[in-house]
Design a protein around this ligand. Structure first.
Ligand SMILES: [Zn+2]
Length: 215
């Protein structure tokens, strides 16, 4: 398998509807990226949770998931579960992020996500970032929307462990949820690892990818 290695990656953008989505969906990839690229600019936009304890959790967690990065976090106050009713605000936030960044890579939800907030944000991303590679992360949930992903980031076992430890440590408000546990996070990473000949991996959906066969 040929590995896609983005050249000159100076910055990435990470978008989420809720606090903890980025850590769950792409935490291992963020750890891997930031360890390999000290000073990498990471612009994170989270649409909900602003002004609450969840914002504090998210800021501390993202700092831990992006060690050494030039991290800029924005947490807005859109109500959880109401993105369609706040479409214009969400769209403006994504466009504002686009206006101040030109990321080499984007982490965002994917279009097949069953949560309407995730799905709505997934639809907004390509309206603002029209010439960018966006990796759509997966989040296990009751709705049962896992699908066959097409892109894998293998995770070193210690990175997979670190991801799970950070998820447990930083999101105290989520620990009571029945699906929020080490077994679920590591289990999915193990399955995605099997699918790409690694021990652990995170997997992503891509709706558009251009290859350059000339160079
Ligand atoms: Zn979410």
């Amino acid at each position: 398998m040929i590995g896609l290695r983005p050249a000159n990656l100076s910055g990435i953008a990470a978008l989420a509807a809720h606090c903890d989505d980025l850590a769950i969906g792409a935490g291992g990839s963020l750890l891997t990226l930031c360890a390999a690229r000290p000073g990498l600019r990471v612009d994170a936009l989270v649409l909900s949770g602003g002004g609450s304890e969840r914002e504090d959790e998210e800021r501390a967690a993202l700092a831990a998931f992006c060690p050494g990065a030039d991290l800029r976090v924005t947490v807005l106050k859109l109500p959880d579960g109401r993105l369609p009713a706040h479409w214009e605000e969400a769209k403006a936030a994504v466009e504002e992020l686009r206006a101040r960044t030109d990321p080499g890579l984007i982490f965002a939800p994917w279009r097949g996500d069953a949560h309407q907030d995730h799905r709505g944000l997934a639809k907004l991303v390509p309206t603002a970032f029209r010439d960018h590679l966006a990796l759509g992360y997966e989040i296990v949930k009751w709705d049962g929307d896992l699908a066959a992903p097409s892109v894998y980031q293998p995770l070193a076992p210690e990175v997979a462990e670190q991801k799970v430890d950070l998820l447990q440590r930083h999101y105290a408000s989520q620990r009571h949820r029945p699906w929020y546990d080490r077994e679920a996070f590591l289990g999915l990473a193990r399955i995605r690892g099997i699918e790409c000949h690694a021990r652990y991996a995170e997997a992503f959906h891509v709706s558009k990818l251009i290859v350059d066969l000339e160079n």
